[in-house]
Design a protein around this ligand. Structure first.
Ligand code: CP3
Length: 380
């Protein structure tokens, strides 16, 4: 068993890494090797190709529901942990080892590239991102600088290390979409109503578009760094887009998210586009250039598929609070979602939003096994 040495604020620990046979998993002559991550059940479902079973991963799978995560994070602040490749690697691998999920998601945060672009911010435990000086003027927008690999070299390094450790298991890279990032920057922190954000959007559309154009550039660069380093798919999180009507979404947000996803059209990896409360926006979010549209628990997957169209896969959509219910309730809901997912041309099983910290990790492991069992298809 290979080991990775992890230094945690003075206390050096050693964490066992996954033992992975990495021989021959690399692409040869630009062609994905059969059996490598590009041929995994997850990537196949994203591409609407048949696979051995419905793949499963969980948004926020690398995080506070796991005791082994809490142990590592006890002495390291959130942003610092995102900037230490050996910690990023270890935390990203934890849910893969424990649950047998079909994909890993890079341990990072949507505000990491924004901080790298020069915005002074922190991630406050129990609150989320907090911005020292909220962005509300043209001069504030100018403070957001372009980024490249040098500004996020720790992400480049972590992804390269992870691709080796993960072998055939695909790694998902991610970034925040312009609207959701703008909301944190304009509000200065989390907001229920997004009132200041919308006031800027309606009151000064020119400044709004200038802000979102900057953020789209940062996001696109951040995703390109991850793709160049070897991620097998990317997810664009527009978590708070559901706060908008479809008309406002199309006018104020869609062009910027399209810039990001369209900019990756020839990158050769599937693009997932996700938001919460976006039942009315699913068609538009697909139009932004996604291969897979994330659906929350409010819209059944068969209904979502009719709204999105048959040229895209869907991802979702178990209500994360259902995982706190007795197992027979969880099982019934998983069965319903696997069944409704059959209406889609490709289905990646996930939650409708992130894992809640109070979730029993053993329930997540059981869900993975159940989805695999219910969806197992005979070998071709
Ligand atoms: O497993 C994974 O999904 C990978 C890691 C990941 C984190 N943040 C780690 C994290 C991902 C994909 C994100 C994305 C993210 N960050 C989003 C989009 C997804 C979503 O949930 O809608 C958003 C909106 C953020 C901003 C943010 N960062 C919030 C709302 C919070 C939680 C605040 C809290 O403490 O309740 C954070 C902090 C954060 N990001 C944590 C983790 C594991 C918790 C920090 C801790 O452990 O102390």
């Amino acid at each position: 068993m290979r080991t990775v040495s992890v230094g945690a604020d003075g206390a050096r620990g050693t964490i066992a890494a996954m033992t992975t046979d990495t021989t021959g998993t690399a692409a040869r002559d630009g062609e994905p090797r059969r059996g490598g991550p590009a041929d995994s059940p997850f990537v196949r479902a994203c591409r609407r190709e048949p696979g051995p079973h419905t793949p499963v991963w969980f948004m926020r799978q690398a995080g506070r529901s796991l005791p082994e995560y809490r142990e590592i994070r006890a002495s390291v602040p959130m942003l610092e942990s995102c900037r230490r490749p050996e910690l990023v690697t270890e935390i990203t691998l934890q849910p893969v080892r424990r649950h047998g999920v079909d994909a890993a998601i890079l341990f990072s945060d949507i505000v990491v590239p924004v901080a790298a672009a020069g915005i002074d911010l922190d991630i406050v435990p129990g609150t989320g991102p907090v911005v020292a000086e909220p962005v509300r003027t043209a001069a504030d927008v100018e403070r957001i600088s372009p980024i490249g690999r040098d500004e996020v070299s720790y992400v480049d390094e972590a992804v390269r290390q992870l691709v080796v450790e993960l072998g055939d298991t695909p790694l998902i890279g991610f970034a925040g979409a312009p609207f959701t990032l703008a909301s944190y920057l304009v509000e200065g922190g989390p907001s229920r109503t997004h009132a200041k954000t919308k006031a800027l959007m309606y009151g000064d559309p020119e400044l709004w578009h200038a802000l979102c154009a900057r953020l789209a550039e940062v996001t696109l660069s951040f995703l390109r760094v991850q793709i160049d380093a070897g991620v097998s798919a990317v997810q664009l999180f527009d978590s708070w887009a559901g706060a908008l009507s479809e008309a406002d979404y199309r006018r104020f947000v869609l062009p910027h998210s399209t810039y990001v996803l369209g900019g990756l059209a020839d990158a050769g990896v599937p693009r997932i586009h996700f938001g919460v409360g976006t039942g009315e926006l699913l068609g538009a979010m697909g139009e932004a250039g996604a291969d897979v549209v994330g659906v929350d628990w409010r819209t059944p997957l068969d209904v979502a598929t009719r709204r999105i169209g048959s040229d895209k896969a869907v991802q979702g959509n178990l209500d994360p609070t259902v995982l706190l219910a007795p197992w027979p309730v969880v099982e019934a809901e998983v069965r319903r979602i696997v069944e409704q997912g059959r209406a889609a041309p490709g289905h990646v099983f996930n939650l409708g939003h992130g894992v809640l910290p109070e979730t029993d990790p053993d329930v997540l492991t059981r869900v993975v096994a159940l989805v695999h069992e219910l969806s197992a298809r005979p070998a071709r």
